[in-house]
Write a protein that binds this ligand. Sequence first.
Ligand code: CP
Length: 336
Amino acid sequence: MADTELQHVSRLRDLDDDALNQVLELSGRLKGRHSRGDLVGRTVGLLFFRGSLRTRASFETAVHQLGGHALNLTAMSDFWELEENEGVVMDGRAPEHIKDAATVLSRYCHALAIRPALGGSHWDSDRNDRHIKGWTRHASVPVINMESALWHPLQALADLLTLREHLGRLKKKRVAIVWVHSPTPASPAVVHSLLHAVLRSGMNVSLSHPSGYELDDEVMDEAHALSKEYGSEIDLGTPPEKAVRDAHVVYARSWQSIESYGNPTLQASQRSKHTNWRIDEKLLASSPDARLMHAMPVRRNVEITDSVLDGPRSLLYEQAANRLWSQMALLIHLLR
Ligand code: CP
């Protein structure tokens, strides 16, 4: 069904600076204007191999608002496990290969958006995003990553839109990315995509996390290269009190340690030493104008206190709402 030049969005870098700007500008123009007919007669397949609230609801709504049909499929209830390795004898759990699913669904759908399951055992394996790569290799329509182990480009788009709306010009403004404690931390995907997104916007970044929560090495190598290219600065290993001081935005996120990835006992023991890593009024006192962002879901009074979350600094609901507009703009960009 591909009737345009095929472009996948596995990560934000798949959109060059011009495309990224166009998508963000269109997102702003779309805001508040619900119904458009850009996707009339088109179907977007949304495949979830693990749970989601915002991504699923905002993507389905985005397709609907553009006049298209969202085909929402949940693995294990609507279909089955898919084999992602090539050339294997398929005598294991998965009764179908991604190659066949992607080829068939490309004949029904004009784009496919995928949230893969995470292996959760070996970072070196999960970081390869093999599942997303399987879809991009075999689909003949655009494939959009709805959050893999390594990247969450859709969240980064909404984050950039939110930052632009609240800070205007982003160059030389500063975001403090602060690790917070959660008993159910996510993969570092949100922070990886955010870090590259803000560096590409010329923002300076203070990254604050306990020792052992360093981000993926290759993502960091690219981050340093981006900071040189875009004239932005990265400040690593900053204590949270210093990171948030005079920051324009504090972005809170809990992510798993790559060091102990796949070892829940070690992860829990490591985390238990950092339960005081939380965003509260006291931490933010040195930064009276800083706004607060978080990709959600958020554990109230564990990651962020109620008073901050419900207070005037919080951009969380606007950030979540921006998932809708930025995904509408991305779909128009990919399928125009
Ligand atoms: N931020 C985000 O992707 O939320 P969901 O996991 O609910 O989709």
